[in-house]
Design a protein around this ligand. Sequence first.
Ligand code: OGA
Ligand code: NI
Length: 366
Amino acid sequence: MATAADATPPSYHWAKAVKEFDESKMGVKGLSDSGITSIPEFFVHPPHALSDLKLISKTAGSLPVIDLAGLESADHRRVIIDQVKEAARTWGFFQVVNHGVPSPSSMKRFVPAFHDQPRDVKAKYYKREEGRGVMYASNNDLYRAEAASWHDSLQAWMGPEPLPPEELPEVCRREVAAWDGHARGVAEKVMELLSEGLGLERGRFKELTFSESRTFVGHCYPYCPEPDRTMGITPHTDPGIVTVLLQNGIKGLQVKHGGEWVEVSPVDGGLIINVGDFLQIVSNGEYKSVQHRVVANSEKEPRISIVMFFNLSKWRGSGHYGPLPELLSPERPAVYRDFTAQEFLDNFYSKGLDSKSFVEKIEIQN
Ligand code: OGA
Ligand code: NI
């Protein structure tokens, strides 16, 4: 594999620099706060990855904004179902307003409250063990990716087994638990709409335990002195069912639509929802898991995003996953083959975030 390291002088010890950065536990925030004016070489992405950084579509329109008010009135619900279905099929991304989460803007403070703490306070949580508990780290895929990206993240695995609250950092303990409840509430509403959009029972996704396995992430994208040479997060699709995301007022998130990158402008009080790979597979390709990325932050204030991923869960007992059988017919045969949870996880952890999509891998070639 050609890595960005190939372009750097042989005297530069790429792997050593990565390891030193990791062991310092300072995160990107620490680098940024130290006042550096150029970024370490292992953050520099290769030319092919940066070539379309500035290519932002002016014509592809903007993410659909869906108003969830009136969800319980039967006639209006039909209208909302159609909007959600259309957005999930064409964009794979949408924003929702009137979602019932009280004042999401006031919630944005707890993630910076964690990242703004001194290095030694945060260092207690700095580790690289994904899957349970709480983990603070810079770049989950630091040792797998072609180059590092300009963000740090606080993560917590909230379910299906409840996370003991005392494992969460005190500075945001109550708020993370509250966000978990709110994000789950919104996700369940949206999952009902998505389920009905496929012609299934309203409660089908919940019955399939799609809202149980949850990962909280509080990303921090600090000021980057060379935003044209690195990324905030490289292009990827989310692996799970749906993602619920709240961002602060600093732009950076972009979504691929019609082959072009489209900026996601923060909508006041809005929450962003996107379809993950697993939902694309379960829906037999009806809903789309779409590539997105975050450009490195050129503003002095950090960009913050608060994310809840709803992940693969145990829905068939047998340990096999694939398109929902009730969506298949001779006219609409399976587009994807079945797979095991282990296959899904092996693919996810084999490479960087930007690795080949799992969805492509299990597509049935006709
Ligand atoms: C992610 C992601 C976008 C953002 O964490 O998967 O796409 O705005 N985040 O932080
Ligand atoms: Ni994502």
